[in-house]
Design a protein around this ligand. Structure first.
Ligand code: NPW
Ligand code: K
Length: 259
């Protein structure tokens, strides 16, 4: 936890190291999760939030136009979450494609791509510019930002190395972006650094496991996908958790403590 949270009864937000430590504990001796399980739970939460926010009847989608989703994936586990979310969105009946410019090395990513290939979900290497902003396709396209998560490290004057510099510049031309865990290019603890290349105006965010300090002032639609965190681990970490309804894997972020 961030140092100033020590005396508080707990915080809703995790520092970068606390987030990494919490995931390691979840995968450690005491809690027994595998990385693949956490990624599957994370990806399902992202797919549910994307569906609830953009596709469910009466939601933000443009009435009468079919929402299509483009999942932009980075080389790490944040990208892995995106590959999983794309599969679930396909099964939910949502037209979806993936942009994956630099496939990650871990063998699990190749398995996730194979699962998408088997469903004929397109996996492309670059993101097209939005068609002109007035036409139906542009208005009904939703981007899922699964490029970087809590291991993003600002690098050099550009903040982001290629091929993701071009990708993030292009993503900013779209107006509906749902970010996975952290808006890509934001500092995990200090948030969006003015003047840096990053997702500038995220419409929605799905914090995984628990929100990070860098999004404590996020004013968009904020969901949390952390139902799998055992209460004993949350208490031991000093993490205050949100309440989830019925069988949902996501909840809206709210300050209410889980009673
Ligand atoms: N771990 C877990 O238990 C779980 C984690 N989960 C998810 O994983 C996320 C953390 O995943 P992670 O640690 O793989 O790092 P992540 O943020 O995806 O990518 C970092 C990679 O990007 C690159 N890169 C970094 N900075 C860069 C720059 N400036 N410019 C260009 N490239 C840059 C760099 O790759 P490299 O260049 O070294 O190949 C680095 O390796 C977390 O947020 C959550 O969403 C869930 O699945 C639940 C289980
Ligand atoms: K992201």
């Amino acid at each position: 936890m961030a140092s100033d949270d020590r005396e508080a009864p707990g915080s809703y937000f995790l520092s970068q190291t606390a987030a990494q430590k919490l995931d390691e504990e979840l995968m450690g001796e005491a809690y027994g999760f595998t990385l693949e399980q956490l990624m599957e739970l994370a990806g399902l939460a992202v797919a549910q939030a994307t569906y609830a926010h953009y596709v469910a009847p009466g939601q933000n989608s443009v009435p009468g136009e079919k929402v299509n989703v483009v999942v932009c994936c980075g080389p790490g586990n944040n990208g892995g979450d995106g590959l999983v979310a794309a599969r679930h969105l396909h099964h939910f009946g949502v037209p979806v494609s993936v942009v994956y410019p630099k496939p990650g090395k871990h063998v699990h990513y190749a398995r996730l791509v194979k699962q998408l290939n088997a469903l004929d979900v397109p996996v492309l290497s670059k993101l097209d510019a939005p068609s002109n902003s007035h036409d139906a396709l542009a208005r009904s396209t939703v981007l899922v930002d699964a490029v970087f998560g809590f291991s993003f490290t600002p690098s050099g004057p550009e903040n982001v190395r290629e091929p993701f510099k071009t990708l993030i510049e292009r993503m900013n031309d779209y107006d509906k972006i749902l970010c996975v865990d952290i808006p890509s290019g934001w500092h995990v603890e200090q948030g969006l650094q003015p003047g840096t290349l990053a997702i500038q105006k995220p419409d929605a965010l799905v914090s995984l496991t628990a929100p990070k300090l860098g999004v404590r002032n996020f004013s968009g639609h904020h969901y949390v996908g952390g139902r799998f965190v055992p209460p004993r681990l949350a208490q031991h970490t000093g993490l205050r958790v949100c309440h989830y309804a019925v069988a949902d894997q996501v909840t809206r972020f709210h300050e209410k403590v889980d009673d």
